[in-house]
Design a protein around this ligand. Structure first.
Ligand code: ADP
Length: 906
């Protein structure tokens, strides 16, 4: 073992020398060490190596998200105080500082031993709880080169990854009793009002203040977002001291909700991390995923890859679908090839009900799903891939179970009902019977459970949860294997450094009533939106564990500038021995930082199970029958990193990890409840009390101004319109009977664009909560897109003839639905334009329609404001329901025209 350690060390030094000139590396290192010294008190926030070393990465934890506990965390310990004194007197030589640094770490570790005992006790009291794996320096930071240490850590059971963090568990418990969590009632789902944005702003200032104390801040570590849901992520980054940047390339971590630009990938430096691999769409596009798996079914045998419901891509495979339908009758579920969140999905009994003019994926509908208390459910599990060659896959120990709101009934008459057949939260949340658990500890309450709660529930009923989880692991590995070949070749072409990319995939899995899991789809950028304490708990733990596991290098700006040059690229065939050592070392360090991630590939038996799907020469999963690895052989020197990693981790004598990562341990980990060290008061939203009278007063003033020639800017008009539609949406979910569903559908159908009806409405007579939820879902989708577009219109300054921004904001703050309606109607009547729907030239803008008087007159006129040739970019094809609705609406419109009068709002 010692010999091995020396080899690792020597090779690593060689790599470093290769990467940068020795003298400059030394300078960068010393500079960093000097700086590190100033914030030595936070050595718990860096791991896998000493600050200033190439292995050092940042640590992310959830307990710091709670403002009350973070104070305790950041307090200086007596040891650290001593060190501060040393700083004043000692020589500034890097070596001395390094010694001081290591001794500080040892002392901290020594103190943490006691705390660890207390955690064990609490675990013993409640054996089904798993503490969320906050990480600390004890595990790996003692020696960046010490293999001994790594081995020791790898053998530790997961709960032992605690020390300093655990010390404050009890303090936190007490504090938590005081800290309340504002749960949001079902009716107040987040529609993003002004007030909540302000509240987020306020808390984000606090988060940033906290971040100032963190090593990441001193090291000027930055992150960049592109098109992504940012609330929880931003909070986590900010409290850990990372700074957001907008620029093109000066980020340490790029988090995007969409695929990566190849140019961005090509220019990544050694220390930069991005959250996607190139060509990930092979997994995440429904049609691509299915085709990749189907190819494996042909190549390797159906029995190995029977993991997805039989599917067809239409219109191309219409005949095959008909053939299959004649053999085994429907129902079939129809999904747009590249959509998500239940958008555009509907279920049919027979293929002739499927429109032929759009590319869709049609899958066999699984009619006998696993139900909880009679409700259909499906799983969202989180899968982290940190490398495709060698393949390293982790499954997060906790996942989310989503239940449909309406009890499941196989009767074909109910196929139209999305709240019975689809488990998407994005649809079911609009159903007025939807129940959210209001306490993070309630994991089996309402329509969202945790995976571990489901497993415990099934186990109590005598189900074989062990087999279920093994089958889920198997399904995940096979899906990744089916898509890996293309991704690996893209990585070789576009990704300069081995650790640049990582990816968190959201796997949607349906379990049938025989407990067989079926893969429905893989989500690129699974939602990090949080909407209940349970969500917050799972996702905050997930993200912090993810960031620690992946490893954001704790490089100082000096080190970064050295590694910016392309010479840092070490993925060349000439140093492939070094590359093997690097891979092995990186995999080991990563494993010690895994937190709640369970490594499912490689494990001790993966070679036995999946070895025959890998090319025997280069270890790459082969999914193309004719080339059998040729493409790779011409591109690269022969290597088999999968084999190398597996034998080093699992086969070489005493270094065997079998016990640690064995099936029993993995399954036990999935079954234990996740418990954070402290609650995260993330969703606290100040509901600003609206003053009705004030709203009316401001509305009067505004109407006067509009009457005397002032006009709303595009931004103001769009803000007003979205607030107005939010009120309509709220009414729709609160009181399904008074909902104006048909008008809204008519408007949305005309508007088209990204908003499509998710399910074919068949039972149009049935006024039900589920149908209202459907319409609400459509309106919610529309609002989301609309608000995103509105961001492009922000008024940068007040100009002549414009209603001052401050006065207008005040109005919006207090306005009720009727006030908003009055302003929109009056403005439309007086100006003859509709800036909330149209921006200016280029479009064929219809004349402003007459706006009927009386309550909801504006809403009734709304569909007529959308010209069929104007905004309708992509009017829905699934308009069976809309046709009948249109007819009603035409009648209604006629009536409203007859009673036309200009309403006086003054
Ligand atoms: P999206 O990406 O739009 O959410 P999914 O493929 O995840 O699409 O499907 C949405 C929902 O539809 C799932 O939550 C699941 O409940 C249901 N579903 C999807 N495919 C099937 C199927 N083949 N059989 C039964 N239910 C399905």
């Amino acid at each position: 073992m010692v010999l091995h350690y020396l080899i690792v060390k020597t090779q690593w030094d060689t790599i470093l020398k290769f990467a940068m000139p020795a003298s400059s590396l030394c300078d960068a290192h010393n500079n960093c060490a000097e700086k590190c010294f100033k914030y030595i008190s936070q050595d718990d926030w860096v791991t896998s190596g000493k600050l200033g070393s190439r292995d050092a990465v940042l640590v992310f934890r959830t307990n710091i998200l709670n403002p009350k506990t973070r104070k305790t965390l950041l307090e200086t310990t007596p040891e650290q105080m001593k060190l501060t004194n040393v700083e004043a007197t000692s020589s500034q030589s890097g070596v001395v500082l390094e010694k001081a640094l290591s001794s500080a770490i040892c002392k901290t570790n020594a103190t943490s031993g006691q705390a660890y005992v207390s955690v064990e006790k609490s675990l013993n009291r409640n054996p089904v709880k798993k503490l969320h794996g906050s990480f600390s320096s004890c595990d790996t930071s003692v020696s960046s080169d010490g293999d001994e240490t790594m081995q020791y850590n790898e053998k530790k059971p997961r709960v032992q990854q605690k020390n300093l963090n655990s010390a404050i568990v009890e303090i936190e418990d007490n504090l938590n009793k005081e800290s309340g969590y504002n749960s949001i009632p079902a009716s107040q789902f987040n529609t993003g009002s002004n007030s909540s944005e302000e509240d987020q702003e306020a808390s984000s200032e606090e988060d940033k203040e906290c971040g100032i104390n963190m090593p990441a801040h001193q090291l000027q570590i930055t992150y960049k977002f592109i098109q992504t849901e940012t609330k929880l992520l931003r909070k986590i980054f900010n409290v850990h001291g990372l700074t957001e940047v907008q620029g093109e390339s000066n980020f340490n971590l790029l988090w995007t909700g969409v695929h990566m630009k190849l140019d961005t990938l090509r220019n990544l430096a050694l220390y930069q991390r991005v959250n996607h691999f190139p060509r990930s769409y092979e997994l995440t596009r429904k049609d691509r995923l299915y085709k990749n798996i189907e190819r494996m079914q042909h190549l390797r045998g159906m029995k190995h890859f029977d993991i997805v419901p039989q599917s067809f891509i239409l219109p191309l495979e219409s005949r095959d679908l008909l053939f299959a339908h004649n053999k085994h009758r429907g129902p079939w579920i129809v999904k747009p090839a590249a959509s998500s969140r239940g958008r555009g999905i509907f279920i049919v009994n027979s293929p002739d009900q499927i429109p032929q003019d759009e590319q869709v994926l049609v899958s066999k509908y699984i009619v006998d799903p696993l139900c909880i208390d009679g409700h259909k459910c499906d799983l969202r599990v989180y899968v982290l891939v940190t490398s495709f060659d060698p393949l390293i896959i982790y499954l997060y120990e906790e996942g989310i179970v989503r239940l449909a709101t309406v009890r499941y009934d196989r009767n074909a008459d109910n196929l139209w009902n999305p709240c019975m057949h689809l488990c998407n939260y994005s649809i079911n949340k609009y159903h007025s019977d939807y129940i959210r658990s209001s306490d993070a500890q309630d994991e089996d309450v309402g329509h969202k459970w945790t995976l571990s709660a489901l497993l415990r529930h099934l186990k109590l009923q005598g189900c074989d949860t062990h087999l279920l989880m093994l089958n889920i692991e198997d399904l995940i590995i096979k899906a990744v294997l089916a898509c890996a070949q293309t991704i690996i070749s893209a990585c070789r072409m576009f990704v300069p450094n081995a650790n640049n990319c990582f990816e968190l995939y959201g796997f949607d899995i349906l379990i049938d009533n025989t407990l067989k899991p079926w893969l429905l789809e893989v989500n690129l950028s699974p939602s990090m939106g949080v909407d209940s304490p349970l969500d917050t708990k799972v996702k905050a733990c997930l993200i912090t564990d993810l960031l620690t596991c992946v490893g954001i290098p704790a490089f100082s700006p000096e080190m970064r500038s050295h590694y910016n040059s392309k010479s840092s690229q070490i993925r060349s065939s000439s140093c492939h021995r070094q590359e093997e050592q690097r891979i092995l070392r990186s995999a080991r360090l990563q494993y010690t930082r895994r937190g709640g991630f369970v490594r499912i590939f490689p494990t001790d038996d993966t070679m036995q199970r999946y070895g025959h799907f890998l090319d025997s020469a280069n270890g790459i999963p082969i999914s193309t029958p004719n080339v059998q690895g040729q493409a790779f052989q011409t591109l690269i020197t022969q290597h088999n990193y999968n084999q190398m990693l597996h034998s080093n981790l699992y086969c070489l004598g005493s270094r065997c990890l079998k016990d640690d990562n064995c099936q029993e341990n993995r399954i036990r980990q999935y079954e234990r409840a996740l418990e954070t060290d402290s609650e995260i008061p993330f969703l606290k939203k100040q509901i600003v009390e609206k003053c009705e009278e004030e709203g009316r007063r401001l509305r009067k003033q505004l109407l006067k101004k509009i009457g005397s020639g002032s006009t709303l800017t595009h931004f103001q008009a769009r803000q007003t319109f979205s607030l107005y539609l939010e009120s309509v949406l709220r009414r729709l979910t609160q009181d399904p009977k008074d909902s104006h569903e048909k008008i809204i559908l008519k408007f949305l159908n005309r508007y088209g664009g990204g908003v499509k009806p998710p399910v074919l409405f068949r039972n149009t007579q049935n006024i039900s909560k589920a149908r209202s939820a459907m319409v609400a879902k459509l309106l919610g989708d529309f609002l989301e897109l609309y608000k995103r577009d509105t961001e492009a219109y922000v008024d940068s300054f007040d100009h002549f003839g414009m209603i001052p921004t401050s006065a207008y904001s005040l109005f919006l703050m207090h306005a009720q639905e009727s006030d908003l309606e009055a302003v929109l109607s009056h403005h439309t009547n007086i100006t003859g334009i509709m800036p909330f729907l149209y921006n200016r030239c280029g479009l064929s803008v219809p004349p402003t329609p007459p706006i009927p008087s009386g309550l909801h007159g504006f809403l009734r006129a709304l569909p007529a404001m959308v010209s069929a040739s104007g905004l309708s970019r992509d009017v829905s094809k699934y308009d069976g329901y809309f046709k009948s609705c249109d007819k009603n609406l035409v009648d209604m419109h006629d009536i409203s025209l007859r009673s036309r009068s200009t309403r006086d709002f003054k």
